[in-house]
Design a protein around this ligand. Structure first.
Ligand SMILES: [Fe+2]
Length: 299
């Protein structure tokens, strides 16, 4: 494992402003991360609205983020996807079209594109080289948001392309972790692995104890209000799946048994087709109509 103190540019004296946007339809939390010393910002894990039954998409959620960025006079530099989400569609290209910025995801997007390119029987016109994205992050890559240095940690297990993005004292964990009383995300999607997820969680928990951690999802377990922010120290001590020194063996057994009980996420079929294209719909047919596929008896 890396020596975090020397291998990553951790600087917890940098405290980005973090604005959260909760989407009640998919229980996703999107973020605007702002540099306190400039007007630069990044968007993390935006949401496109979809009425799947009606085949209708809209952008109320993304428009709220756009309004926030415009009202505060911010300059959008990055649109980060922590992974290829299976439970909501990304609005990154829509926001990019209005505000600019670069769309980035982990380099293992190519693995995900290969897997789901086959599932959806995509032809050769669907590129599986990640070229739909502006930036493919590798383990340890750094980038700037204004004057802040951010870095990407490869944290696979939930999916092969999962990255945790760290900006100063703030870590955006995607689906690597949930709030302490929510535990962890499933590891049974193609390319997922419970043991690998455990190791990735340990990597996140090796960040400084005071690091603020921001979740991509919260389901308000046991009827509590929705929450999305915790710390490394809190997760280490209290996370119901990995906290308090739970072993890898315990975790893998629990996670595997739990995952076997879970139904597919409601929006997995449209989400994957759009998100593996960096948030774009599949190409239109000759008459201009756009279609999503439903693979029968495949997932
Ligand atoms: Fe996910």
């Amino acid at each position: 494992m890396k020596d975090f103190a020397t291998d990553y540019p951790i600087d917890t004296s940098i405290k980005p402003d973090v604005e959260a946007f909760f989407d009640p339809d998919t229980n996703t939390i999107s973020y605007v991360v702002k540099d306190p010393t400039s007007n630069a910002c990044a968007v993390i894990d935006s949401v496109m609205d979809i009425d799947y039954a009606a085949g209708r998409i809209s952008y109320e959620s993304a428009d709220k983020m756009i309004k926030f960025i415009e009202d505060n006079g911010l300059k959008l530099e990055w649109l980060i996807e922590t992974h290829v989400h299976a439970d909501h569609l990304s609005a990154a290209p829509y926001i990019q079209g209005k505000l600019g910025g670069k769309i980035g995801i982990g380099e293992n997007i190519t693995v995900v594109q290969d897997t789901f390119g086959k599932v959806f029987n995509e032809g050769t016109e669907f590129q599986r080289d990640g070229s739909q994205f502006d930036k493919l992050f590798q383990e340890g890559d750094t980038y700037k948001i204004g004057n802040m240095t951010a870095f990407a940690m490869h944290t696979p297990g939930h999916t092969p392309a999962c990255m945790t993005h760290v900006v100063g004292d703030a870590g955006f964990v995607g689906d690597t972790l949930f709030m302490p009383d929510g535990g962890s995300a499933r590891a049974d999607f193609p390319g997922g692995d419970a043991g690998v997820l455990y190791d990735s969680i340990q990597k996140v928990l090796s960040l400084p104890e005071e690091t603020r951690l921001f979740m991509c999802h919260d389901y308000g377990p046991n009827g509590r209000d929705i929450q999305w922010e915790t710390t490394v120290a809190e997760e280490k001590e209290h996370n119901i799946h990995v906290g308090g020194g739970k072993t890898k063996e315990d975790f893998v057994k629990f996670r595997t048994e739990r995952d076997a009980q879970l139904a597919m996420p409601r929006l997995i079929i449209p989400s994957l087709q759009v998100n593996m294209r960096a948030g774009e719909m599949p190409p239109a047919e000759e008459d201009g109509k756009v279609f999503l596929k439903v693979p029968v008896n495949t997932l």
